[in-house]
Design a protein around this ligand. Structure first.
Ligand SMILES: Nc1nc2c(ncn2[C@@H]2O[C@H](COP(=O)(O)OP(=O)(O)OP(=O)(O)O)[C@@H](O)[C@H]2O)c(=O)[nH]1
Ligand SMILES: [Mg+2]
Length: 446
């Protein structure tokens, strides 16, 4: 996510770290590079100007320059300002005190409305709600079908009525939801290539008829400042309550994500991080800021793990860890669970310093490795899986032959297993201390 921007900003700030005392000129030089990085990432130039101004003011204050760890202080200032720019704290969805709550998704063609509607339903269903999806994009029959397919896959009901007017459809859907205790109602609307009056007028009519608790604009992060312009236009006409920034998993430069809140005042509430139904995350400005600065986003990683890990499996795993009975069989189950979370590279992207780490030799993530691991564990006897310490040299040779791998592969797996065991033990211990996991926070050590 926003890798190139992150790399450049980290590069600029790392230079400060190599100096003892900082002068005002050092700070200015670093900020010039940060400014360039932001502009290259297509952040709105006014936003960049204001941002750099605020950071400069805070960073050349006497406290920073005179302090013992001036580089860290500057990084902290940048992090705080970046967090503020991105909206401060996380902005949650509002639910109506009188159900059903209605969320309306709007946006330009191909931004990801239909996918986001389904992902949102999935997320809320996992939290125990009973959403109803509404196919209000009646202009393309394929659009209704698309939502129905996704709904069926997720086991979420989809309300559609062929070509009934969207306004009528929205009303009927809300009535149905009320009758059947479904909540929230998530309306997927039609997109247009450009902002046109007809589309806005229809969305306004739906809005007045229902009215929704949240009018969420779905924008494609890959479209840069166009996304910000679209947000301004939609907000002016409809009064948006939130933005969903999709396709941040791709090579979006970040300009849209970093500008939209400051330009429109509308908070980003969710980010889309993949085409799959789990690719939607609550947006946390502080965490994205930390990630851009290479401090990692361990909290999001843990949340993702928690929502993907089967609760029962997680509980069992924890018990085993506590009793120190974690075996290779568990290791394999855990690997399978991890694979459910999504592409490995994306998962690891949450880790502090991963951007740097993955360039190091031997750190490339290879999904094929996981298949090998599976084969190796399958070639072990039940006893060996329970007690890997009995796997001596001759057993290693047998296992390698049986799994079509090499002894080195088997050695590596056993080492990984031991490392994981250690890491999990640490996490388990930290988890018990009020849920705060204290991992080293990245290359700057803040
Ligand atoms: N990589 C990635 N792809 C996404 C994401 N969100 C949506 N997409 C993809 O973007 C494409 C368009 O998504 P749709 O949900 O159909 O977009 P839409 O806004 O409903 O489009 P229209 O109904 O034509 O206006 C699809 O191929 C989705 O899989 C995301 O967060 N990441
Ligand atoms: Mg659609």
């Amino acid at each position: 996510m926003l890798e190139s921007l992150a790399e450049k900003i980290q590069g600029a700030l790392r230079k400060l770290g190599s100096k003892g005392r900082l002068t005002e000129a050092d700070v200015k030089a670093a900020l010039r590079e940060v400014r360039l990085a932001l502009l290259e990432a297509d952040v709105n130039f006014k936003v960049v100007k204001g941002f750099i101004e605020r950071v400069r003011e805070a960073a050349v204050g006497e406290e920073v320059l005179g302090s013992l760890t001036p580089a860290q202080q500057v990084i902290k200032v940048v992090r705080d300002e970046l967090t503020r720019l991105l909206g401060g704290g996380a902005s949650r969805l509002t639910f109506s005190p009188q159900p059903p709550t209605v969320f309306m998704l709007v946006g330009l063609q191909g931004a990801g409305k239909t996918t986001t509607a389904a992902k949102l339903a999935n997320l809320l269903a996992k939290q125990g709600r009973r959403p109803l999806l509404v196919a209000a994009d009646i202009y393309r029959p394929a659009a209704i079908k698309q939502l129905e397919v996704l709904g069926t896959k997720l086991g979420v009901p989809v309300f559609s009525q062929g070509e009934s007017y969207p306004v009528v459809l929205a009303r009927l859907a809300t009535e149905k939801a009320k009758r059947e205790g479904l909540d929230p109602v998530i309306i997927d609307t039609a997109g247009r290539l450009h902002i046109d009056d007809e589309m806005m007028a229809e969305l306004e009519r739906i809005k007045n008829q229902v009215p929704p608790q949240e009018t969420l604009l779905v924008v494609d992060a890959m479209t840069g400042q166009d996304a910000v312009n679209a947000a301004s236009a939609f907000h002016e006409r409809l009064g948006l309550t939130g933005v969903v920034m999709t396709k941040l998993d791709g090579d979006a430069r970040g300009g849209a994500a970093l500008s939209v809140r400051e330009v429109t005042g509308v908070p980003i509430k969710f980010v889309g991080t993949g085409e799959g139904m789990d690719g939607l995350e609550v947006f946390h400005p502080d965490r994205l800021a930390a990630r851009i600065l290479g401090m990692g986003d361990v909290l999001s990683l843990i949340e993702k793990a928690q929502s993907s890990l089967n609760e029962e499996t997680a509980r069992k795993l924890e018990q085993k860890l506590r009793r120190e009975e974690f075996t290779l069989e568990d290791f394999r189950t855990q690997l399978q669970e991890v694979r459910k979370m999504g592409p490995l590279d994306q998962i690891l992207g949450h880790l502090p310093g991963w951007g740097q780490m993955k360039k190091m030799p031997g750190m490339q993530v290879d999904e094929k490795e996981l298949v090998k691991v599976d084969a190796i564990i399958s070639s072990m006897t039940a006893e060996e899986r329970l007690r890997p310490d009995i796997v001596d040299a001759s057993r290693r040779r047998r296992i390698a032959r049986g799994s079509g791998t090499t002894v080195q592969d088997v050695n590596r797996l056993l080492k990984q297993f031991n490392d994981t065991k250690k890491l999990l033990k640490q996490l388990g211990r930290a988890g018990k201390k009020g849920g705060k996991v204290s991992l080293p926070l990245g290359p700057f050590g803040i």
